[in-house]
Ligand binder design. Sequence first.
Ligand SMILES: Cc1cc2nc3c(=O)[nH]c(=O)nc-3n(C[C@H](O)[C@H](O)[C@H](O)COP(=O)(O)O)c2cc1C
Length: 204
Amino acid sequence: MRESGHLVLGISGASGSRLGLRALALFSASPDVEQLHVVVSPRALLVARTEIGAGITSVEALLDSAGLDEATRSKIVLHAESAVDAPISSGSFRTRGMAVLPCSAGTLAAIANGTSRGLLQRAADVCLKERRRLVLGLRETPLSLVHAENIVRVTLAGGIVAPVVPAFYAAREVDDLLDAYLLRVADLLDVKIDTADYRWTGGP
Ligand SMILES: Cc1cc2nc3c(=O)[nH]c(=O)nc-3n(C[C@H](O)[C@H](O)[C@H](O)COP(=O)(O)O)c2cc1C
């Protein structure tokens, strides 16, 4: 099949807004990508306000915070999540596939069950039905049986679940990252450890 220059990026409401922004910058700058179709879930914006700043009140503001040059920015096509009439909503519009970065457990569940509520989920469903590449950067821990079964369903349907697992060898300042993760593990073991309090206590 002829390769398409259209790539789809979904950003859902899991922790990891910076991952989504970085993906946006790197994929839109790719010579393989003529147009990067971006869909941001409303919940992703909420998370971005926490993780990037209170000024992220719109998808445009989120995009601006990526600091892209004009040439790169011009390759990005923003679609509203409600725009289920967008080209990427149809299999007849050819793309080279889609990544969801980060992918929440909720979006994973929707994709695994084909509910197609909103453009992000629909575009992912299109990738599965057209047997196009679909990569879900799942960001959730620990995983319940429900999550695991949804991972199996998406995998059997041809999707790739690539959990956001940091490559520790590539990082320099990982102490916060390690401590925050170890605090979760410690909670699971019901063991106290001496770290800063990384627990989520509500929005800004
Ligand atoms: C600050 C914040 C961080 C969150 N992090 C995660 C996460 O890492 N993984 C996850 O599955 N859900 C996470 N959630 C919950 C999702 O945002 C929530 O389930 C939402 O409905 C997902 O919607 P979406 O998948 O349509 O974007 C987080 C919520 C907030 C407010």
